[in-house]
Design a protein around this ligand. Sequence first.
Ligand code: MG
Length: 160
Amino acid sequence: MSFRIGFGMDVHRLVRGRDLYLGGVLIPSDSGAEGHSDADVMIHAISDALLGAANLGDIGQHFPDSDPALQGIDSKLILKQVLEMLGAHNYDIVNLDVMLALQKPKISPYINAMKNTLADVMGVDEGQLSIKATTTEHLGYEGRAEGITCYAVALIQNNL
Ligand code: MG
């Protein structure tokens, strides 16, 4: 059985007048993430970690922000397509570990909903998906609440 590891990260700017989607969940917030899609930084980081683990490129390549068909797209659909690509290459997810860096809003009340939502989209057990969050102690763009960063690592295995 062969295992492969992948890493992903994503950043989105926080602006007024946008919704904040994290892990497929709409989070109450006075500002939201700017982007071509729904700008779900967590789903984008996870997608890149999975694509990286399978050596299948990155989401910018598969889902370019120049594509008008992707304008405002629900990022869960991107993640579903990434899972289909992995499936076509006979890969299953072993586990994922996800780390958000943001100053606000406080997202601990929503972590379970994110796990539930994303485990469902990916067809994995919630026990295979770890989601964590940290502030940056008011340092940097995350600390000034100008943007949100998300990091993800994924372990996959060949199911043949
Ligand atoms: Mg992104």
